[in-house]
Design a protein around this ligand. Structure first.
Ligand code: SF4
Length: 309
């Protein structure tokens, strides 16, 4: 499959069929924690958008030929999905095809535009992120395209929340020593109160980041921050703990399709693709062929596709 991956056991959405609608790292930010690695360039507009017809045909094929269970369809990108010029068509048509809730992950950068807010309002759940509220921290953690203004983004998020009928689950990704200080957290909480999302999801670095200095916030501090944000907040639980033992045929190509989008630990893959021995055998084979590599984070091993494989 060219555009679909999973269904992936998402930390937030159950079994989510991912739709990756843009070529690798088409993004207007270059976050230090990005699991896709650092960006060579940040885009204000996507230089190329795959045709919506091609993407929709693949969704149709998955639903009517493969018939595997999924809880929702999640529009994401190896970058920022709202940069796709036909996102509105994709959301409207895929809802008709699947009959499942449609969610969109966004870095919030384009909610400054009324047109983007109208498109996002078509989704059942929008998961925008907000990691900083001051220009200095915004530059440090998200390293945005120079055309992006954090104050306008916060204003756009407040407007989107008022305009949309679906749910907004706002994610804050905390990086040790970057946006977990008392002043930044106070300012973040003020901004979040203004935006008024349905949920506040606190996350930290859980997969190998673009920059080695992007370190996770410890669990004790995460719990303190959780109570600081109040009752709407939750810590996003690592999905390994939520998974059962998956089933289904293991195909090398399925594993590669998924690893090209995000690094996964062994347990992630076991849950996704099946039993221990089989998954391990395929991983060893892919490592031997030089198609994937092992990376360590906090003593855990993750597997990631090597570039261009
Ligand atoms: S984490 Fe998301 S928003 Fe940040 S650089 Fe990576 S793809 Fe872009």
């Amino acid at each position: 499959m060219k555009y679909l991956f999973g269904p992936v056991p998402s930390r937030r959405l159950g079994y989510s069929l991912g739709v990756d609608i843009l070529p690798a790292k088409t993004c207007n930010m270059n976050c230090i924690y990005c699991e896709l690695g650092p960006s060579k360039v940040t885009y204000y507009k996507a230089p190329f958008c795959p045709p919506s017809g091609e993407i929709l045909s693949e969704i149709e094929e998955f639903c009517f030929l493969h018939r595997r269970h999924f809880d929702c369809l999640t529009f994401t990108a190896s970058g920022e999905p709202t940069l796709h010029e036909e996102l509105g068509v994709l959301l409207a048509e895929s809802k008709k095809i699947t009959g499942r809730p449609v969610t969109v992950l966004t870095n919030s950068s384009t909610v400054t535009s009324k047109q983007t807010r109208n498109i996002l309002s078509m989704a059942d759940i929008v998961l925008p992120s907000l990691d900083a509220v001051t220009p200095m921290t915004f530059r440090k953690i998200n390293r945005p395209h120079p055309g992006l203004d954090i104050y306008a983004i916060i204003d756009g998020l407040s407007r989107l929340r008022r305009e949309m009928a679906g749910k907004m689950w706002l994610e804050i990704l905390l990086v040790r020593g970057i946006n977990d200080g008392a002043d930044e957290l106070l300012a973040l909480r003020d901004a979040v109160n203004r935006i008024n999302p349905h949920k506040i999801q606190l996350n930290t670095v859980a997969r190998p980041p673009a920059e080695d200095y992007a370190k996770p916030v410890g669990s004790k501090k995460m719990r303190e921050i959780l109570s600081f944000f109040g009752e709407k907040a939750e810590i996003v639980i690592d999905f390994e703990a939520q998974m059962g033992s998956g089933s289904g045929l293991i195909l090398e190509s399925e594993i590669m399709d998924t690893l090209r989008r995000r690094p996964l630990s062994f347990r992630d893959m076991e849950g996704l693709f099946g039993r221990y021995e089989k998954t391990q055998k395929i991983l060893s084979h892919l490592i031997d062929k030089g198609m994937i590599e092992e990376k360590k984070l906090k003593g855990r091993t993750f597997y990631a596709a090597l570039n261009n494989k």
